[in-house]
Design a protein around this ligand. Structure first.
Ligand code: URA
Length: 280
């Protein structure tokens, strides 16, 4: 090969490698672009589920041509429910839970929210059921998805310190999220995902029956209290109706926000003191 051709061949190989072509599959180079089009493959009849079986009559059994046989039929997955149907199913399912253990089991079996498919596990709650103070956050993150408990990552550690600042710890509160499965890439749950999971967290609040409910961050505040604007609503008291009684509720800045904007801790401290006072 002349030095010129050598250089050209090296450059061509480098181009192939960059394009992902990094394995030789034949001894001879083949210009497939100049090959004639292959004849159309004969139509293959797919095996039908109820095709009559050869029960061993006189005709010789035909051996299937492995090149033509279709892959084994997989049972078709049921189509996902429409969002409306999923919300209705969630309401019905959540209503059927007589206590928090039943609610967790029902939620674990519930297939109406697509977040479940991408998560490692259900993140239901932490703390003590029946506590006087309940927190509801947004959604599990990577660490919560790994451990199965809400608020155990960096923002959870800050939440623990905030609780300690008013003389509380996880054993004295109950903690849940609006959606119990980790959204892919930690994105905010969509409105549809939130609406589908909402009946479960509403039932969770009803069954925990706290005296004070704290919505942590805007997604939880919007979903449970139906108000927009965490900055203007944090620290204000709202009324949350469980269906059986009214609970005092307060939106609070999310610890993940406080980690990014420590200046907000001053406001969070004020809110924590108001929560402490409300508990008496
Ligand atoms: N953020 C939340 O809102 N919930 C968690 O469980 C963790 C982080």
């Amino acid at each position: 090969m002349t030095p010129d051709r050598n250089k050209a061949a090296r450059e061509l190989l480098a181009f192939y490698a960059e394009a992902g072509v990094d394995a030789a599959i034949g001894e001879q180079a083949k210009d497939r672009l100049s090959e004639p089009e292959p004849p159309a493959a004969p139509a293959v009849e797919r095996p039908r589920a109820e095709a009559p079986r050869n029960t061993g009559g006189t005709s010789p059994a035909r051996t299937a041509d492995p090149r033509l046989s279709a892959p084994p039929a997989r049972p078709a997955a049921p189509p996902p429910p429409t969002p409306d149907a999923a919300v209705m199913a969630a309401r019905e399912a959540a209503r059927g839970a007589a206590n928090l253990d039943e609610l967790r089991a029902i939620l674990d079996r519930f297939d109406g929210c697509s977040l479940k498919g991408g998560a490692s596990r259900l993140v239901f709650a932490d703390g003590t059921p029946g506590s006087r103070l309940m927190f509801v956050g947004e959604a599990p993150g990577a660490e919560e998805d790994k451990q199965g408990f809400p608020f155990v990552g960096r923002s959870g550690q800050l939440l623990d310190r905030m609780l300690a600042a008013i003389g509380l710890d996880r054993s004295k509160v109950y903690i849940a999220n609006i959606v119990p499965w980790r959204p892919p890439g930690n994105r905010t749950p969509t409105p549809v995902e939130t609406q589908i999971c909402l009946p479960f967290v509403q039932r969770q609040i009803e069954l925990c029956d706290p005296d004070v409910l704290v919505t942590v961050g805007q997604p939880s505040t919007g979903a449970l209290l139906n108000v927009q604007g965490i900055m203007k609503n944090r620290g204000r008291w709202f009324s949350y109706q469980t269906g059986t009684r009214e609970i005092r509720a307060m939106p609070m800045l999310h610890p993940a926000y406080l980690l990014r904007s420590p200046i907000g801790k001053r406001l969070a401290w004020r809110d924590l003191l108001a929560i402490k006072k409300a508990l008496g």
